[in-house]
Design a protein around this ligand. Sequence first.
Ligand SMILES: *[C@@H]1O[C@H](CO)[C@@H](O)[C@H](O)[C@H]1NC(C)=O
Ligand SMILES: *[C@@H]1O[C@H](CO)[C@@H](O)[C@H](O)[C@H]1NC(C)=O
Length: 468
Amino acid sequence: RLRRLPLLLCSKSAAYVSPCPVKSFIWGPGLNPKIVLPARYFYVQTVDSLGHNFTSSPGENVFQVKIFAPGEQHSRIWVQVLDRKDGSFIVRYRMYASYQKLQIEVKVKDVHVAKSPYVLEGPVYHESCECPESRPSEWLRHMKCPKSIPQIQHDLQLFQTVDLDRIAKEIPSRFGQRQSLCHYVIKHNKVYLKTYGEHVGFHIFMDAILLSLIRKVKMPDVEFFVNLGDWPLEKRNPGKNLHPIFSWCGSNETRDIVMPTYDLTESVLETMGRVSLDMSRTAFWRGRDTPALDRLRFHTNFFFFKHDEQLYGPLVKQISFFDFFKYKYQLNIDGTVAAYRLPYLLASDSVVLKQDSIYYEHFYNDLRPWMHYIPLKSDLSDLLEKIQWAKENDEEAKKIAQNAQEFARSNLMGDHIFCYYFLLFQEYASLQVNEPKVRDGMEVVEQPKDDLFPCACPTEEELSVIRG
Ligand SMILES: *[C@@H]1O[C@H](CO)[C@@H](O)[C@H](O)[C@H]1NC(C)=O
Ligand SMILES: *[C@@H]1O[C@H](CO)[C@@H](O)[C@H](O)[C@H]1NC(C)=O
């Protein structure tokens, strides 16, 4: 029975177009055991019997996905199959324990799709396992990280060298009183922290990404300051004793070194527990109004956490994440700083109209107007005109939306965010002229306890066997 099914399913004479398992594609980082992500993911593209890609959904439950550890009684793995409604699916899975081997099966009515079953030879680590790859170059290779990232080059070129003893004194005395700052040291792959200022709660996002990185890879010894506020801080001109400050938002009037925003970072670390780029069914929140747009009843939409309410004021009406993406045109307007929701808008199938702004996030400089978004003047005087253009040029608008989605897929997923952070710290570390030191008042930032499913790292001996 099984033997005849593929023919049946791929039959050219079928009266209706149905997915053809052997011709469909499966690809993505989730098939590589060495790419450890909080939520691993891969893609499935539905192809019909004639070899044509589906461009709309073949139906919600067409693919059955099973992920398990052969030989284990229980596999602690949570699987999610998301219909992207364009003929492709994203499959995400989160492992709660590490396994020696993992098997991934994707089927259509009992028939394996593409090269399914995929057998991942382990060890396959789960997110909270602390078995860092001791060779950063190997980790970078597995992760397929780029050699360099233009925004990182741009931000660091202003610093010939970084004198750690000097900035350890100067930055706290210059900003420590009025700003919320974190002073971090990573030494021998442990994280140490001292905070300055009153509102330092957001250091949890920075702690989380650093702890996640050191679980995965041996980080260089590095010492740096993170600005926990929304606004970039370094306003001095190049050459005037610039201080290197890592910030979530940059501007072309300041010299801060940008990192992925805490929101994007958090979405990477907590994928499947909340709204993420590939759109889970979670509620999202509306932020404060942007006064200039009140008349048009548009709002700046931030992805607030509940506890942000105290910081930013009460929330406006809550609307469902999916309702939000029903709109064909999406506005990205600066709120307090860069509107942190742009990654989600790009990943959606709406076309984005983006306000010109001096503020940017780590990936904005890779975006091109008319390719990834429709540009709007900073005073928004051309808003109606641009919406009119989009209405009259539906095909072009659609193409822009597709390019944006492709951009988000290839640049803003978990693996890309981990690459960005690692390369940023690696490049910065190479500018340090003295040894990072665990300074007075610093405390170690401990890994969360994961006693339920501890993992065993291979011994040096086992490693040398694995590596040949
Ligand atoms: C079909 O989809 C796959 C996966 O996205 C892609 O690589 C391929 O180029 C597509 N084929 C066509 C003809 O568009
Ligand atoms: C900064 O960005 C704004 C908005 O894009 C632009 O008008 C301005 O010319 C830029 N300034 C510099 C110095 O690049």
